[in-house]
Design a protein. Structure first.
Length: 146
């Protein structure tokens, strides 16, 4: 005699398989999201680690004075005039570790980008670095009384 329950032919296994598929789909969705975010982060760079031309073109010029004398010396050895070099930041780029911007030096007259000193990724912090420190060393385990 075959028994049909609420879940169909095999009431004991069917809910478990549904749960397994839902969990699997959820994990796969998270993996896909992470993979997409990694691809977004990588999408601004060429194979050598430099910035793509369209990323450089969309970047924002910072009006700052070069105070680092070593940087000034390095840029003066590059093509063009030292006065043509400017610091730029890219648009914000998503990554698995948080959104970031690349900081770099660019000479718009020659089209050159200097990837030596001070070429860096800076994570967005919106002016606040008040993030919780992990691990929290102030953690006290619960005390049990017998």
């Amino acid at each position: 005699m075959e028994r049909f329950g609420f879940f169909g032919h095999n009431g004991a296994e069917e809910p478990l398989s549904l749960l397994g598929n839902e969990a699997s789909n959820h994990i796969n969705a998270l993996r896909l999201q992470r993979s997409f975010t990694i691809e977004q982060a990588k999408s601004i760079f060429d194979d050598a680690g430099g910035l793509l031309p369209e990323v450089i073109q969309k970047s924002i010029r910072l009006d700052i004075e070069f105070k680092n004398t070593e940087l000034k010396e390095m840029l003066s050895t590059q093509a063009g005039n030292l006065s043509d070099w400017r610091k730029y930041i890219t648009e914000s780029v998503p990554s698995p570790s948080g959104n970031f911007r690349m900081h770099f030096y660019h000479n718009p007259v020659t089209g050159d980008v200097y990837y030596g000193m001070d070429y860096k990724a800076v994570f967005n912090h919106d002016g606040s670095w008040k993030l919780p420190l992990l691990p929290n060393f102030e953690y006290k385990p619960p005390h049990f009384t017998l």
